[in-house]
Design a binder for this molecule. Structure first.
Ligand code: ADP
Length: 192
């Protein structure tokens, strides 16, 4: 199963990916997680990406395409994968098509979690609160200022990715405003 999960920040891609990982036994490839790991490790990619990520902007296509190119070839991705947070621009979607073709891989599903934008900031603030309560560190971009920029980036650069796949007749949508378990059920149905 090779799957792309699309949707704005706070749509629930991470939550649902975690569940899909268990159901299908395939890894979640989150470019956000990979970039945060690179920042933490202080790699050249991390050093380049940190400021733009903290501010809520998008890291360059070149960097994320390079990361994904290597990652999908790793052994644990042979059976499939869930792409979470990638592709985030039409250029990334086109690059992904080229990459997959070269590897003789097909996508089984592209699913967008549809959510009401007005609910998103509250979800992000809630995530930050829960992280603090659990003794964790809040993501540097989980604050209202960066969130606004993330949402703008989504509208301007990532919403066209949905249109790209919809135009090819490949986009499925699931209601991301439903309770978490219901979203999982709807996803299973969309994938089944
Ligand atoms: P979100 O909560 O928006 O889903 P992510 O954890 O997916 O956040 O990503 C966090 C940040 O990492 C983004 O705001 C962006 O700076 C960077 N990032 C992640 N994936 C990509 C990508 N595919 N292209 C460009 N930047 C990315």
């Amino acid at each position: 199963m090779r799957l792309i999960l699309l949707g704005p920040p706070g749509a629930g891609k991470g939550t649902q990916s975690e569940r899909l990982v268990k159901t299908y036994g395939i890894p979640q490839l989150s470019t956000g997680d990979m970039l945060r790991a690179a920042v933490k490790a202080g790699t050249p990619v991390g050093l380049k990406a940190k400021a733009v990520m903290d501010a809520g902007g998008l890291v360059s296509d070149e960097i994320v395409i390079g990361i994904i190119k290597d990652r999908i070839k790793e052994a644990d991705a042979a059976k499939g994968f869930i792409l979470d947070g990638f592709p985030r621009t039409v250029a990334q979607a086109e690059a992904l098509d080229t990459l997959l073709k070269a590897e003789n891989m097909n996508l089984d599903a592209i699913v967008e979690l549809k959510v009401d934008e007005k609910a998103l900031l509250a979800r992000i603030e809630n995530r930050a609160r829960e992280t603090v309560a659990a003794g964790g560190t809040v993501r540097a971009d989980d604050n209202p200022e960066s969130f606004k920029i993330r949402l703008d980036a989504y509208r301007e650069q990532t919403a066209p990715v949905s249109a790209y796949y919809a135009g090819q007749g490949r986009l499925k949508t699931v209601d991301g405003m439903a309770p978490i378990d219901d979203v999982t059920k709807a996803l299973d149905k969309a994938l089944g």
